[in-house]
Design a protein around this ligand. Structure first.
Ligand code: HEM
Length: 438
């Protein structure tokens, strides 16, 4: 394990992949405490996350570090308060809300497309940065009823700084305590402050319009304000803050990562790029795209499904066992740390043929979520609450942008993803923007 510290810090996903290839679907790491396992077989991962979920906790290094930023929000919380919070927020993710997600995504992408059509635009853009800003705007408008166009750059940078520093802390056994004013700690504190003040402004604005007698928007913020009250009936502002920061962070970097990798893969497969553009041209006219149009965009959707297989943004899921669990004929004791990686499971040769090949065709006419060994949004009760939101948003962004532009990477060499909280290209995705002829 000592010799592995370097490789783990450089590329933890490559390290885990190598462990699975060398030692198989159940690997125990030689560290004394806690007993730590990598579980990689699709069936075992499903059993653990679905039927084993009642005997698990999220009190792992991964989620505890993330909680430095998100507090006790839905993603990191155990039950209680998890179940009740999920119930409170679920209506914001109901199927009936997806038409709104399409409309908000349409607005954000169309504004970008219109700007690009104006004279004097730079020929080269960093698509990773563009995807981050667009997805932040969609979260802000669809869930928080806010217009963050002018804040987007600062907020996405703060999100990346905050997430990268919690990951760096998690991977450094000698990380200085949070109270020491080291440059890293100061950067993290400043980034959290930026996220906090954006969320505070949302809450202040809601309070102001409520006292002016305005009707609520009925969005996530209203659900939280109505549902998260302390025992005396007063608004639990800290709990609402934690949820809003959770959704800000969980809801935008993940979608941006998926879209960035989708563009990366499409650019390397010109035949897919051609079909994607042809489909988008046939479906997207002058009218705004509607939710019902999405069934006419199977290529865009299958590109997203296949990208999420090859580059799952949430590449690692961890659990602490609160009761023993049988895996591959062995009993993992209570207290164990279990590591599961969608990135490894989704290339498992037992369930995927040619697992490393980009082939959106494998998802054409297939409900991706029904496939064995496919879990980009997790499985079981802790599965992503924003799954449909994310799929709708990503499909709309991909289709509208492909309708108007092609993107040619400046560097054709393969990119090794940086495995931070999500998978990201380490130096962005600079591309030349080429308009598609009408
Ligand atoms: C492509 C985009 C996305 C991916 C790949 C993704 C992935 C995941 C995964 C794997 C989990 C489960 C983690 C675990 O079991 O430990 C999760 C949970 C969660 N995701 Fe997502 N997510 C995405 C988009 C979103 C969006 C758009 C939102 C909100 C708008 C969101 C909010 C959440 C929340 C709040 C949880 C915690 C749910 C709970 O524990 O009840 N995610 N996500």
């Amino acid at each position: 394990m000592l010799a592995a510290i370097g490789p783990i810090r450089r590329n933890p996903l490559a390290f885990l992949t190598d462990m699975q290839r060398r030692h198989g679907d159940l690997v125990q790491f030689p560290i004394p405490r806690p007993p730590t396992y990598l579980v990689s077989h699709p069936e075992d991962v499903r059993t653990l996350l679905v039927s084993g979920s009642k005997s698990q906790s999220k009190r792992t290094l991964q989620y505890d570090n993330l909680a430095t930023v998100t507090g006790n929000g839905l993603l990191t919380a155990d039950d209680p308060p998890w179940r009740e919070r999920r119930r409170v927020m679920q209506p914001a993710f109901h199927h009936s809300e997806l038409a709104g997600v399409v409309a908000h995504t349409n607005d954000a992408v169309s504004a970008w497309v219109d700007r690009r059509h104006m004279p004097g635009q730079p020929a080269i853009v960093d698509l990773d940065e563009v995807m981050m800003e667009l997805s932040l705007q969609v979260v802000a408008s669809a869930l928080f009823g806010s217009d963050w166009r002018n804040l987007a750059g600062g907020l996405t940078r703060s999100t990346v700084v905050a997430l990268d520093s919690v990951v760096a802390r998690a991977r450094n056994p000698l990380a200085p305590p949070r109270w020491l004013p080291t440059p890293g700690n100061r950067r993290l504190t400043a980034a959290i402050k930026t996220l906090d003040s954006a969320v505070d402004a949302v809450l202040d604005q809601r309070a102001a319009s409520a006292s002016a007698g305005a009707a609520g928007a009925g969005d996530l913020v209203d659900l939280l304000i109505a549902g998260l009250r302390d025992r005396t009936g007063r608004l639990d502002r800290q709990a609402v803050r934690d949820e809003l920061v959770t959704f800000l962070v969980a809801g935008h970097e993940t979608v941006a990562s998926a879209l960035t990798w989708a563009w990366y893969l499409v650019a390397r497969h010109p035949e897919v790029a051609d079909r994607l553009t042809a489909e988008a041209k046939a479906v997207i006219g002058d009218e705004q795209l509607q939710l019902s149009d999405l069934s006419e965009l199977p290529i865009a959707r299958s590109v997203i499904d296949e990208t999420l297989r090859l580059y799952p943004p949430a590449w690692v899921i961890t659990r602490r066992l609160t009761a023993p669990a049988p895996v591959r004929g062995q009993e993992l004791p209570a207290g164990s740390l279990v590591i599961m990686s969608p990135a490894i499971v989704q290339r498992h040769p037992d369930v995927w043929s040619q697992p490393d090949t980009f082939d959106p065709g494998r998802f054409m006419g297939v409900e991706a979520r029904s496939l064995r060994g496919y879990l980009p949004f997790g499985l079981g009760p802790r599965m992503c609450i924003g799954r449909d939101f994310a799929l709708v948003e990503a499909t709309v962004v991909l289709a509208i942008m492909a309708r108007h532009f092609r993107f040619e990477p400046l560097d054709s060499r393969p990119i090794t993803p940086l495995a931070s909280v999500t998978l990201r290209p380490p130096t962005g995705l600079p591309v030349r923007v080429i308009p598609v002829s009408d």
